[in-house]
Design a protein around this ligand. Structure first.
Ligand SMILES: NC(=O)c1ccc[n+]([C@@H]2O[C@H](COP(=O)([O-])OP(=O)(O)OC[C@H]3O[C@@H](n4cnc5c(N)ncnc54)[C@H](O)[C@@H]3O)[C@@H](O)[C@H]2O)c1
Length: 284
């Protein structure tokens, strides 16, 4: 089969993390040249090395405009251009808050989280588009949001707001960049098996991490129609579609890869009401 991304150059931010790594591997398998852009030098360099000559690592803090400008320049100097920008780096903020309630929340991380999740992606869109325009237009920009940006609720208030902002921004960028045939879409992952979602702590044993995962699985599945855990490759596959010419008519779109979480509540409340009514009446 022909390589879907032959001749394309991609930057993947958060490239040393679970979703970024899986995407980098798939993109390289599909013929792309890839730059893994991440804060984590050790893991980033190791991942890039494992992918061979088609991948390089570039230390990048996406919240710093100069770093984004530099990584786009690196794509041009190392691989001759830029065709796909995957703004995927993201942080959640405190994974062990004292309370999930807004009334108790510590909002001190606001600027840090917004700086990475929103401003980082904005810089990514802007500098990628400038390069794509220089090349004569065309290209694909992909942002990673979250179910947290679509389903309001308890906890992670800043993270939810950041991902909702990113979804709205994606659509504005899509409208704005259409003139240059640059497409901008956003992926909404559900519960994907990576460190960000496992409540792991650095140094935790695999055995303990597995135990934590198993304990939390029923909680994750409670609001998810499909009872299976998402894998990084599920998101990578969506990124491959959006990065390739197969999605040439898609811009401003939201692809949910979330086991149906944003489709609706898997609890059959209507049946529960009918059953409850029947049992009250039967007891008369
Ligand atoms: N895993 C999930 O369940 C899930 C669900 C919804 C959305 N997401 C989103 O997916 C994206 C990828 O997350 P993941 O699950 O692979 O998590 P991860 O923690 O494995 O990877 C995130 C990567 O981003 C990097 N990073 C953090 N801050 C950075 C910065 N300022 N500049 C550059 N790199 C930085 C980290 O070093 C890490 O390698 C994030 O945007 C996250 O919000 C994940």
């Amino acid at each position: 089969m022909a390589h879907e991304l032959a001749g394309k150059v991609a930057i993947i931010t958060g490239g040393a993390g679970g979703i970024g790594r899986a995407t980098a591997k798939l993109f390289v398998e599909e013929g792309a040249k890839v730059i893994l852009a991440d804060l984590d030098v050790e893991r980033g360099e190791a991942e890039a090395a494992s992918l061979g000559e088609s991948a390089i690592f570039h230390r990048t803090d996406v919240s710093q405009e100069g770093d984004i400008e530099a990584v786009v320049d690196r794509a041009v100097s190392a691989f001759g251009g830029l065709h796909i920008m995957f703004n995927n780096a993201g942080i959640v903020g405190g994974m062990k808050p004292k309370s999930t309630r807004l009334i108790d929340a510590d909002l001190g991380d606001f600027h840090k989280i917004m700086g990475v999740n929103v401003l980082g992606a904005m810089y990514g869109c802007q500098y990628a588009a400038r390069q794509m325009v220089k090349q004569g237009g065309g290209g694909s920009i992909i942002n990673t949001a979250s179910i947290a940006g679509v389903t309001p609720g308890f906890g992670f208030q800043i993270y939810r707001a950041s991902k909702a902002a990113l979804i709205n921004f994606t659509k504005s960028a899509a409208v704005d960049f259409a003139e240059y045939a640059i497409r901008v879409n956003v992926i909404v992952p559900g519960h994907i098996r990576t460190t960000i979602s496992s409540y792991r702590e650095p140094g935790m044993s695999q055995e303990l991490a597995d135990k934590l995962e198993a304990t939390m699985e029923p909680i994750w599945f409670a609001n998810q129609p499909l009872k299976q855990r998402g894998q990084p490759l599920d998101i990578a596959n969506a990124a491959l579609f959006l990065g390739s010419d197969r999605s040439s008519y898609s811009t401003g779109g939201i692809i949910s890869v979330d086991g149906g979480i944003t489709a609706g509540d898997p609890v059959n409340h209507i049946q529960e009401m009918i059953d409850a009514r029947a049992s009250v009446l039967a007891a008369q």
